[in-house]
Design a protein around this ligand. Structure first.
Ligand code: CUA
Length: 300
């Protein structure tokens, strides 16, 4: 029925859910049974003369107090869980999450970036969320955590990954054409594996072409295997002939270095025919653009 419970908060949320769902189920059964019973018992064929029924103080007190208590209990259970989910423990590992159309980017304390969220098992992680364009929402079903990413402000989430494995990250706020493809993974790793990965990533293996395309979010819309996504594929792009609209006028152009550079720094300048003009301007350094173009040149 549910995805696995892979974090500290998952069990809490499931417990609250079952508790509240249980109360609702009992109430639904009681109300529906009473309704069916009365419909049959007091049907007009058997009771042609309506009867005037006076109020009952005792009954009225019961049906006011009882539901009030039930609702208060639901509130307390919900509040307790909510409080645990919002209260970040000291010493949590902080990861900044950048949401943009249409990718997730995770930035670790020392600047290491990744398009997937890797975390060590058993260690609290605080995610600081922000958006570069529109509303997005980070959701990890297996952790039962979810929070909006809002442009112009920071929001947060925290969790402790308790079960090794790889879990889906979804965007659950409709954010445009690529919304359904705005996916990533949380990978809960043994602490030693995480340290190894972190050191290696920090050492700078992450600044080369393909890695840049992934961490900067390009592969959210462009593939490197020739298949079509929201934007044209990168495969075989370099040196090919491209049909573009420039200032609304159609023209043919060779995808050389100048064209690729312009497409990155000024995405709206030449719109590839049959694709929408939706690419955002990414904050890339000159060095990074060079690396990307060098990679594209090799991608036949
Ligand atoms: Cu981002 Cu939907």
């Amino acid at each position: 029925m549910f995805s696995p419970e892979a974090s500290n908060s998952a069990k809490e949320v499931t417990k609250s859910f079952y508790y509240i769902f249980g109360i609702e189920l009992v109430l639904l059964t009681l109300v529906t049974s009473a309704m069916i019973f009365f419909v049959i018992r007091y049907r007009s064929r058997k009771n042609p003369q309506p009867e005037n029924i006076e109020g009952s103080l005792a009954l009225e007190i019961i049906w006011t107090v009882l539901p009030t208590l039930l609702v208060i209990i639901m509130f307390i259970i919900g509040w307790r869980t909510f409080d645990k989910i919002r209260d970040v423990p000291q010493g949590a590992m902080v990861v900044r999450v950048t949401a943009r159309q249409w990718s997730w980017q995770f930035t670790y304390e020392k600047g290491t970036q990744s398009d997937m969220l890797r975390v060590p098992v058993g260690r609290p992680v605080k995610l600081v969320l922000h958006s570069e364009d529109v509303l997005h929402c980070l959701y990890v079903p297996a952790f039962r955590i979810k929070e909006d990413c809002v442009p112009g402000m920071e929001t947060y989430l925290w969790f402790t990954g308790e079960t090794l494995g790889s879990y889906d990250i979804f965007c659950t706020e409709y954010c445009g054409l690529g919304h359904s493809g705005m996916l990533s993974k949380v990978i809960v790793m043994p602490a030693s594996d995480f340290e190894q990965w972190y050191e290696k990533a920090q050492a700078g293996t992450g600044i080369k072409g393909l890695n840049l395309l992934e961490t900067k979010g390009c592969t959210g819309c462009h593939t490197t295997d020739g298949s079509k996504k929201i934007g044209p594929t990168f495969k075989g792009l370099y040196g090919s002939q491209v049909e573009v609209f420039t200032n609304g006028k159609k023209r043919e152009i060779i995808a050389d270095e100048e064209y690729l550079r312009r497409s990155i720094t000024d995405p709206g300048a030449d719109i590839v025919a049959s694709y929408p003009n939706i690419m955002p301007k990414l904050p890339l350094t000159d060095e990074e653009i060079k690396e990307i173009i060098a990679y594209l040149r090799e991608l036949k």
